[in-house]
Design a protein around this ligand. Structure first.
Ligand SMILES: [Fe+2]
Ligand SMILES: [Fe+2]
Length: 397
């Protein structure tokens, strides 16, 4: 028999309050293993922008990677549509043996919310709750509410021995957006990830966008997850956010920039022969070669599997590996965003990033010059599309 302590959360970001809770639950006598469940699209939350699920999942993974007996689950973020706790519990217990036990760990505020969830009686009848509470008045109110749930639902509720310190994810996010020091609030590995990917870098602008757009992008991200490895997934999300930022600066359609940015590498991690096959089907023989074919193959896949019919988006994906002699503003934007997204660390990127803020054509020129210099070093030929782009931008005759 294994007793699992289930801790759910949005983890936006994963902070030291989460970390201390995981450690405390892991150390408690009645728990053998801890499962961290990263929240999918939340039925109870109304906040406009939640960081992409894959970012939150990776933060949680890094936040507990040195702890034994702790696993992070992506079950909810891989599920289509909104996630209800009862569905997650049913799915989790399906894979457990009969004498295993699942104990639900929550903050005390959940005692008040839970009667409004879907099927509260079923949840409380089947699963014991372990409540992490602050001390003082909050604890007294929680005890009274717990007693009410025991009477109403036969709930089994116990409180953790030590009082928990609650950190506010909202204020930590505000500090991150304002680039204030936060090292005392976030585990080092998570802080390093946030910095490397500039995870909250554009949030002051991006939080102003339509919540429906975030819902749509979350859906595409869910479909993208099984197609890409972690590194490529995070890169794609970085390109998406950076493309959105640049689109807002340059008056380009933000939705198209976001979708093209997110999906531009959707074919990148497929088997080589499949990529070449899709590139052939995309009907551009000039790009049917190893390093470049994932452009047209990605456009083919974005149309076939993601239902993208917008020709501007498909074109930007198609040409993101080479550019071409007749680039639209969206083509330029995606090409540049891909080359200099925040986690890229080649030399000479800062100048391109500065140029990209004001002049996408100039940023494109600088990117193309870097690519050409790289090809010369590697003794590889330039692609005709890249040469056409260089000509068009008056870099070469
Ligand atoms: Fe690519
Ligand atoms: Fe890329």
């Amino acid at each position: 028999m294994t007793r699992y302590g289930l801790i759910g959360g949005t983890f936006d970001p994963f902070h030291n309050g989460h970390r201390r809770l995981v450690e405390a639950v892991n150390a408690s006598d009645g728990i053998d293993r801890v499962i961290l469940m990263v929240a999918g699209q939340q039925p109870h939350k109304t906040r406009v922008k939640v960081s992409a699920a894959s970012y939150r999942f990776e933060m949680a993974v890094r936040g507990v990677s040195d702890l034994e007996n702790v696993t992070v689950s992506d079950m909810e973020i891989n599920r289509k549509g909104r996630s209800f706790t009862i569905d997650t519990l049913n799915e989790l217990t399906k894979n457990m043996s009969d004498d295993d036990q699942l104990i639900l760990v929550y903050g005390s505020d959940v005692l008040f919310d839970l009667p409004n969830w879907r099927e509260p009686a079923a949840i409380l009848l089947r699963y014991p709750l372990l409540i992490a509470a602050r001390g003082g008045i909050a604890r007294q109110a929680a005890e009274i509410q717990a007693e009410k749930l025991r009477c109403d639902y036969q709930a089994r509720i116990s409180f953790m021995e030590q009082d928990m310190i609650e950190l506010s994810a909202t204020s930590i996010r505000d500090m991150l957006v304002a680039k204030q020091p936060h090292s005392h609030l976030i585990p080092d590995r998570v802080a390093a990830m946030i910095e490397h990917h500039d995870l909250y870098g554009y949030d002051d602008e991006l939080t102003t966008l339509d919540p429906e757009l975030w819902g749509l992008l979350a859906d595409y991200e869910r479909q993208l997850r099984p197609l890409l490895n972690t590194k490529r997934l995070l890169h794609s999300l970085n390109v998406m956010r950076y493309a959105m930022h640049l689109a807002m600066r340059h008056g380009i359609d933000v939705k198209k920039a976001a979708i093209a940015g997110l999906l531009h590498d959707c074919a990148k991690c497929l088997e080589a022969h499949t990529v070449l096959h899709y590139a052939r089907l995309a009907g551009d023989p000039q790009l049917v070669e190893a390093a470049l074919a994932h452009g047209p193959a990605g456009a083919y896949l974005a149309k076939r599997d993601f239902g993208i019919n917008d020709t501007e988006i498909l074109r930007a994906i198609h040409f993101h590996t080479t550019g071409n002699g007749d680039m639209s503003p969206l083509d330029l934007l995606i090409y540049v965003a891909d080359k200099v997204e925040p986690a890229r660390t080649y030399n000479n990127l800062e100048g391109i990033r500065i140029a990209a803020e004001n002049d996408l054509e100039q940023a494109m020129r600088l990117c193309l010059v870097e690519v050409e210099a790289f090809l010369v070093r590697e003794q590889k030929p330039s692609h005709p599309y890249a040469l056409a782009a260089l000509k068009k931008l008056n870099v070469v005759e």
